[in-house]
Design a protein around this ligand. Structure first.
Ligand SMILES: O=P(O)(O)OC[C@H]1O[C@H](O[C@H]2O[C@H](CO)[C@@H](O)[C@H](O)[C@H]2O)[C@H](O)[C@@H](O)[C@@H]1O
Length: 365
């Protein structure tokens, strides 16, 4: 892959039929039936067959299990979890030591990582201090935003044209127009849109979901271009069954779409083999670091979908995943940060370290 104007319309190797129904993005024990409030089957599941009812129950259990998200165990305490996922701020020197002779590349999720989680997805603003931290980071390290939101929307929040953006869970990737020459000459836009053929279908499903959920107070369907989000953060829990039913009633008509789940959000996306992990690999390749040992990727994210990227780093044995979380969660990340404010401190330390190491270098000359 070179850094030409590239449009990859479909790099997948084929459909994964296991993804055609609901699939949790993070492997692990599925919620046990009966562990949660019993579903009022008669009232909620009238007019649907038992297979659909079972699917809706599984979806509902998962919605409840992830509110808040993925506690690996009620009894596991934060202290023991921290031993395995220490604070990236405390481990800063170790991270820097591993970067000797390597180019650090920074990948940042948006919601819950650069901006705090808020009730209204349209109001998930980042602070100007955070924007400054990200801007400074990108002066010294190639920096990418990798988000579930559509690229245009996440750009409107971040407002920094010097970054790489991977929207729609990595299905829409763009490099800065005036990119830097990090390794290979890179001043052209790189585009990767592996799910382009799904655009008409996604628009159709968006309309159906808006129609089907409009009577449920608080439900919000967000069009993220190559994928859709159905938010239930502001839906009363007693209406979740109805919401799960309505969503399932639409998605079952589209077997080439899959349903996953984030933080109080159901996400509908093409069932192609492409996720934030693929986006990370694509961007490294675009920067000239395919199969290279000269790079240290750092990926910071808070959500289930970020686990795909953490896993890629683990499998490559390269770089570090940093999970943003205040509570213990099953994760493939190496380190943790508690909240967006700590992400900002971490980015600022990276910048300060780089500035002082450059200063020392010039003084020696
Ligand atoms: O990959 P991300 O950048 O983390 O995007 C994932 C989803 O984030 C947004 O929803 C989440 O944040 C909202 C604002 O804080 C919150 O209200 C919602 O409950 C969270 O799920 C975004 O709205 C979704 O479209 C993204 O898929």
């Amino acid at each position: 892959m070179t850094n030409q104007n590239v449009i990859i319309s479909d790099p997948r190797s084929g459909f994964d039929s296991s993804l055609l129904s609901f699939s949790p993005a993070v492997p692990g024990p599925l919620p046990q039936p009966g562990r949660f409030i019993a579903v009022p089957a008669k009232r909620s599941f009238k007019n649907i067959d038992s297979t659909d009812a079972a699917r809706i129950t599984a979806l509902l259990d998962s919605m409840r299990a992830s509110s808040p998200t993925r506690r690996s165990s009620e009894t596991e305490n934060l202290n023991s979890w921290i031993v395995h996922h220490p604070s990236a701020l405390n481990m800063f020197d170790e991270i820097i030591n591993s970067s000797k002779g390597k180019q650090i590349v920074v990948f940042l999720d948006y919601d819950g990582t650069l901006s705090p989680i808020v009730d209204d997805p349209d109001k998930a603003f980042m602070t100007s201090e955070m924007r400054e931290a990200v801007r400074n980071t990108s002066k010294y390290f190639p920096t990418a935003i990798v988000s579930g939101r559509c690229r245009a929307k996440v750009f409107n929040f971040v407002k920094l044209s010097e970054l790489y953006y991977a929207g729609s869970h990595g299905m829409d990737i763009k490099a800065p127009v005036k990119g830097r020459n990090y390794r290979k000459g890179n001043n052209q836009t790189v585009l990767c849109q592996p799910a382009r053929e799904f655009l008409p279908m996604i628009s159709e499903v968006y309309k159906s979901l808006v129609e089907k959920t409009k009577s449920i107070p608080g439900a919000k369907v967000e069009n993220n271009k190559f994928c859709l989000s159905v938010h239930f953060r502001r839906v009363e829990e007693k209406r979740w069954t109805e919401l799960a039913e309505q969503v399932k009633s639409v998605t079952k008509e589209y077997p080439t779409l899959r349903l996953t789940q984030g933080r109080k959000v159901l996400e509908i996306r093409p069932s192609i083999k492409w996720d934030k992990g693929n986006a990370l690999e694509f961007l490294l390749e675009s920067l000239g670091y395919a199969n290279s040992n000269d790079v240290l990727p750092i990926y910071i994210g808070d959500d289930r979908t970020d686990e795909d990227a953490f896993k890629v780093l683990r499998d490559r044995g390269q770089g570090f995943g940093i999970l943003v979380s205040k509570s213990p969660k099953e994760t493939n990340a190496n380190y943790s940060l508690q909240e967006p404010l700590e992400v900002m401190y971490f980015l600022n330390r990276l910048v300060e370290w780089k500035q002082s190491s450059l200063q020392q270098k010039y003084q020696k000359k």
